[in-house]
Design a protein around this ligand. Sequence first.
Ligand code: GLC
Length: 428
Amino acid sequence: MRMRAIFRVLCAVSAFLAAAAPPSPAGAITFAVGGAPSEFDQWERLAREFEGKTGIRVELLRQPTDTGLRRQGLSVSLQARGSSPDAFLMDVAWLAQFAASGWLEPLDPFLGKEGCAGREAFFPRMIDAVDTYDGRVAALPVYVDGGLLYYRKDLLEKYGLPGPPRTWDELLRYSEVVQRGERRSRPGFYAFVWQGAQYEGLVCDFLEFAGASGEFGVENGAVVIDTPRNREALRFMRDLIGKYGISPPNTYTDMREEEVRTFFQEGNALFERNWPYAFALHESRGSPVRGKTGVAPLPGWSPGGGAASLGGWHAGISRFSESKPESAKFLCYLASYDTQKDLARRLGWNPARRDVYADPELLAKNPHFPELRAVFENARPRPLLPYYSRLSAILQRHVNAALSGMSTPEEALSAARREMQAIVSRYR
Ligand code: GLC
């Protein structure tokens, strides 16, 4: 009885939302975007430029920053087969779900025609492995993300430290020295900030702490997550907050990308784990860490043993859109050389197109691009499964509980494996 009542309410809500999002007016499309505030300004600018060139108006639908909330918002309108938004950005983490649900219009008819990039323009690891579903291109990559270590060049120098740490052990040692010194004048100083709140970013960080020998996947129907290396990584994450005290106590309650970025940008940290977008903001006018920030690959358990999680955002067109050719034009515009270069220059985003990496102007602005290209080429994807977000939700909850001391790392990963296995077995 109760289930039926809930179902009725959900139907009513979906119908309301579908009705509340009317189709875009003729000659206009609606494009859903989210992210950091700096991102919105750029989307508005691109929308205006595109309209100037094509006469097609792009209405932006603003979504939250958190990827999970963005996915939920889009799923509701797509489940209701609403024709708005016409197009949207998707996290690489939920692409498989959207494609498998039949929500994405195949883009093959548009690629390589009328000035639109062909699939060979993109990194094969993206376009072939991530964007192609059932043999058809379901989305176009807009930018590639990989986790990075940001550090304060000036502080390493001040304390006579040789350069960014290559191992977690070095990171710990450098942190203890610098934090002790800096606390004398800045009591709120913490050496290392990273994403520990209960959300998708925590899964990315956890896999990076585990490094190149960490594991998360489904092999022959069995969930692999409860491994010695992963347990060690989780213990280390918990100890950074409690035992060593080099990461702030609100790491597991508040720390998402933007909280971490602002903490570091205000000059309160030595190291920061974040995505490439943070660099342009750290270097922006008025930033207290401008000119003082270095970027390096993440440390590992041995030198060279680090790993970045593969992130990034891809653009797709809703199967229910009533303006598919116009939406395709906009996607092709996003994938064009000039737009990709522009986004990289203004937002520090790593282009999804291969040719842009050789652009001299871009290299002058982002000198760390070539050095870090290897980070992106070797970045490790999260499992590409249609039901990935359900597995991720379980992992987020248990990893976060271990960080807060509600469970031990052993209990957390063993429970996460059990719960995830129940889901995997159901889908097989
Ligand atoms: C970034 C990444 C995305 C990841 C998210 C986690 O937006 O590009 O792939 O899921 O962060 O917060």
